[in-house]
Design a protein around this ligand. Structure first.
Ligand code: GLA
Length: 386
């Protein structure tokens, strides 16, 4: 029996009936443009959330997280699914049930649930979307709701936006719902058309570098960045026939620069439009097996997020600069929302140990606490595993 199965029996005095796994994600390129109709290139990783469950006869959802043992068991009634801050992390899974109920779905029995995540907390690798998708897939299976995958993805985004209150785009939920082993997902966040691109990095691997600077999406500048982009879009849609900011070319944007002179409007829009073009190019060079060029585009993406979008900060910039100074590193950038969290680097397999040692030492010297490193494995999307 695995330690998680034993844990389930300890907590619930019952045997578990099913187990699910839901990944986290990294984004290779295409950052902060999934709310501006841009292209993104994320992949699901093998760090993620395991959930064990058994069915109950009553109407209670009983939650326990092995990552938050001090919070203990939290019981929720399926007839009362209002957000409640005393319910701590369980508001995430609860929100999934709340929105499903709003859609008219019925739950005739409760569940005992045990969650355990290997995604470091607040690291920007999407632990919240991982928990949300796990819960949505579980509810869909157990109560036989027959909702298709894309609608589950949209539902979890809705939970994040309207139940939790963070105005994210759809990238995290989509990549976790649609992840595939050894593939990146080129997703058009306007049409939701997508394409799997085989992730063949030749002699290289992706190293995830965690700043260990905690980031809270809700109280961060995330919503502010999004609002600025929406504002730029509102101005530019009077000038061009566009549905999203990322429908523009750089030339079109530059031609209207004068209209965006207030505050940071132009810089933010410049990032969005240029990042979209970069992502298009990055997908092409990745398909062509040109990893060097892919690495250069990752660097450019980081510089744009640092200088134009201003979401990196000292910790991420320190990791990125240190990474690039190491022979065998082809490119490095922040991944996810920024403001702390993680960066990623493409590193030659023979140099990984040396890379981690050198970047880790430099970071500790400059920042005063340690970074963590993980070699990423790209895995499948949310699924039942037992
Ligand atoms: C967070 C959000 C995503 C996306 C990224 C930045 O992860 O949840 O929707 O906006 O930030 O690319």
């Amino acid at each position: 029996m695995s330690s998680l199965q034993m844990r389930f029996e300890d907590i619930y005095n019952l045997e578990y009936e099913r187990e699910y796994f839901s990944p986290g994600r990294i984004n290779l390129i295409g950052e902060h443009i999934d709310y501006s109709g841009g292209l993104v290139l994320p992949c699901a990783i093998t760090l993620g959330t395991s959930v064990l469950l058994s069915e109950r006869e009553d109407s209670k959802l009983v939650f326990y997280s092995d990552n938050m043992q001090d919070v203990g068991v939290i019981e929720i009634d399926l007839n009362d699914l209002e957000y409640n801050k005393d319910h701590n992390w369980t508001n995430y899974p609860k929100g999934v049930f709340a929105l499903l109920k709003e859609q008219g779905h019925k739950f005739d029995k409760g569940l005992n649930l045990l969650y355990y995540g290997t995604i470091p907390y607040a690291s920007g690798l999407s632990s919240s979307a991982s928990i949300l998708m796990a819960t949505a897939v579980i509810a869909n299976d157990v109560y036989e709701l027959n909702i298709d995958r894309l609608d589950l993805v949209k539902l979890t985004k809705d939970v994040e936006n309207n139940y939790i209150g963070v105005n994210t785009g759809i990238m995290d939920q989509f990549s976790i719902g649609f992840g595939k082993e050894e593939a990146a997902i080129l997703l058009n966040t306007d049409t939701l058309d997508y394409e799997y691109i085989p992730l063949d990095l030749k002699d290289n691997s992706i190293v995830i570098m965690n700043t260990n600077k905690k980031r809270g999406l809700a109280d961060s500048a995330y919503n502010d960045r999004r609002q600025t982009c929406d504002q730029a879009f509102d101005i530019l849609k009077e000038e061009y026939d566009i549905e999203y900011l990322c429908d523009l070319s750089l030339d079109q944007l530059e031609a209207k620069k004068d209209l965006l002179s207030e505050g940071k409007l132009y810089d933010r829009a410049y990032h969005a439009v240029s990042e979209n073009e970069r992502t298009k190019l990055a997908a092409e060079v990745l398909k062509a097996g040109n990893i060097e060029e892919f690495g250069m585009l990752m660097n450019e993406s980081h510089y744009s997020l640092r200088d134009k979008y201003e979401v990196t900060g000292l910790e991420l910039d320190t990791l990125q600069t240190a990474a690039l100074s190491i022979d065998g590193c082809l490119g490095a950038r922040v991944t996810g929302a920024g403001f702390g969290g993680c960066a990623i680097a493409i590193v030659n397999n023979a140099k990984i140990d040396e890379f981690i040692e050198a970047v880790g030492t430099d970071y500790l010297d400059k920042i005063g606490y340690a970074a963590d490193f993980y070699v990423a494995s790209v895995g499948p999307g949310t699924a039942r595993v037992k």
